[in-house]
Design a protein. Structure first.
Length: 166
């Protein structure tokens, strides 16, 4: 049953042009954050944040270019190559690969538990997008890097325009 739902989701994205796919996936990354706000508020009450992620115009080159390139290389391309080619995991394990990729991506954003949780959700979207295009690794890498940069660009713009969102 889950496999059929995923196939329908794949078909939903793949029948659209690339611009629509990227816009829908970017929107999905923010909708996931909105849906889990109650969980985020619960976590916020339990943790003491000592370090905030860097924000501001000075980190835009990193957020828009460097991070998407390096993180796509490591957490999507690298994880898919490791599990598909080195460990020889078949198509029936794609869901596990997506979750492992997202978990590693989330854990790498270690500013706070909340930030790791949000990064994990974003990691699911990025890994799913990589999975959609993984048969052409070059295309998958480029599209996921672009999706990541779009997400970071929108998030950075929101923080710059509304500083209380930090």
């Amino acid at each position: 049953m889950l496999r059929k739902k995923i196939q329908r989701l794949n078909w939903f994205f793949l029948k659209r042009n690339i611009v629509s796919q990227l816009l829908l996936l970017t929107l999905a990354s923010f909708v996931l954050k909105i849906v889990i706000i109650p969980i985020e508020l619960l976590i916020a009450k339990m943790e003491h944040v000592t370090e905030k992620p860097p924000h501001g115009a000075d980190i835009l080159p990193y957020a828009l270019i460097v991070a998407p390139l390096i993180e796509t290389l490591v957490f999507q391309l690298g994880v898919f190559i490791l599990f598909k080619k080195v460990f020889n995991w078949g198509a029936n394990k794609n869901g596990y690969i997506i979750l492992i990729s997202a978990l590693l991506f989330g854990l790498s954003h270690s500013y706070s538990i909340r930030y790791e949780f949000f990064a994990f959700l974003m990691g699911i979207v990025l890994a799913y997008a990589y999975y959609l295009y993984h048969k052409d690794a070059g295309k998958a890498f480029f599209r996921v890097t672009l999706l990541h940069a779009m997400h970071n660009g929108i998030a950075s713009a929101m923080v710059l325009l509304f500083p209380s969102l930090k």
